[in-house]
Write a protein that binds this ligand. Structure first.
Ligand code: COA
Length: 256
């Protein structure tokens, strides 16, 4: 059903694997569309409680947007590429109510790091290398990188990474707060699944509300504290709130 990605669902976790290893999993238009469809399918399926995004092979998560596809673009085509990509994939992932964990298994460059940053959090294998090399190509990050990198690592570090177009290793990324954990490559998906398992014990309704409240703090013209109040209130009266509080008072595990 997909040509550029693999998507499997097991025990409530959908794992989406970008599968163009000969191109280091570079994101071409077709791959972005397939990723959108796979994420949308996970988001719409109530039995899917966590999504993991990773790359195939041992070398790359994603080595960026496919340079061969946009090398001849005009100004307006360039703007349209960024706009469509942001809407279809990067903002879509960031706004999902189903948690998305990026498991960075190698190079995460340009659009690859931007995809990992659109996920709700990131873990990496010890061989991972991350960077936004766009200015070396005469362009800037266009899939949210100029916004999400400073949010995650701070403005000064983001400016340095963007201006130098250099790569940082997994230890530096951990130190910067760009990733949450480093493990050996063979431990990467097991760790993502373990974290997914912990998430799955909790209320999916409350998790979606929390994602929305956290994201609200980064939106222009939106007061994140107000969103928090609204989302907090919205939890009351839901079946999952009743189950969560009742289970606590009855000294049993909640079943969500
Ligand atoms: N777009 C298109 N193709 C890409 C790509 C990208 N972003 N990144 C890698 N590839 C392709 C290469 O062209 C090569 O294809 P080929 O075998 O048909 O020539 C293949 O993937 C393997 O890459 P290669 O460069 O030979 O591997 P390497 O180990 O020598 O170098 C990198 C690895 C990641 C350092 C290097 O591929 C690279 O710099 N990629 C571009 C990163 C980038 O600038 N991304 C931002 C895009 S906006």
């Amino acid at each position: 059903m997909y040509n550029n990605i693999l998507s499997t669902t097991e025990n409530g976790i959908t794992t989406i694997t970008i599968n163009r290893p000969s191109k280091l999993n570079a994101l071409n238009k077709a791959t972005i569309e397939e990723l959108h469809n796979a994420f949308a399918k996970a988001e719409e399926d109530a039995t899917v409680r966590v999504t993991i995004i990773t790359g195939s092979g041992e070398k790359a998560f994603v080595a960026g947007a496919d340079i061969s596809e946009f090398a001849n673009f005009s100004e307006s085509e360039g703007a349209e590429l960024a706009r469509r990509g942001q809407e279809m994939l990067f903002d879509y992932v960031a706004d999902m109510g189903t948690p998305v964990i990026a498991a960075i298994n190698g190079f995460a460059l340009g659009g690859g790091l931007e995809l990992a940053m659109a996920a709700h959090f990131r873990i990496a294998s010890d061989n991972a290398r991350m960077g936004l090399p766009e200015v070396g190509l005469g362009v800037i990050p266009g899939y949210g990188g100029t916004q999400r990198l400073p949010q995650l690592v701070g403005k000064g570090r983001a400016m340095e990474m963007i201006m130098t177009a250099g790569m940082i290793d997994a230890n530096t990324a951990l130190d910067y707060g760009l990733i949450n954990h480093i493990v050996a490559q063979e431990e990467l998906l097991p760790l993502a699944e373990k974290l997914g398992g912990k998430i799955m014990r909790n209320s999916p309704m409350a998790i979606a509300a929390a994602i929305n409240a956290v994201n609200a703090g980064y939106e222009d013209g939106v007061d994140g504290y107000d969103t928090e109040i609204e989302e907090f209130g919205g939890c009351f009266g839901t079946d999952q709130f009743i189950e969560g509080t009742t289970a606590f008072l009855e000294k049993r595990k909640a079943e969500f």
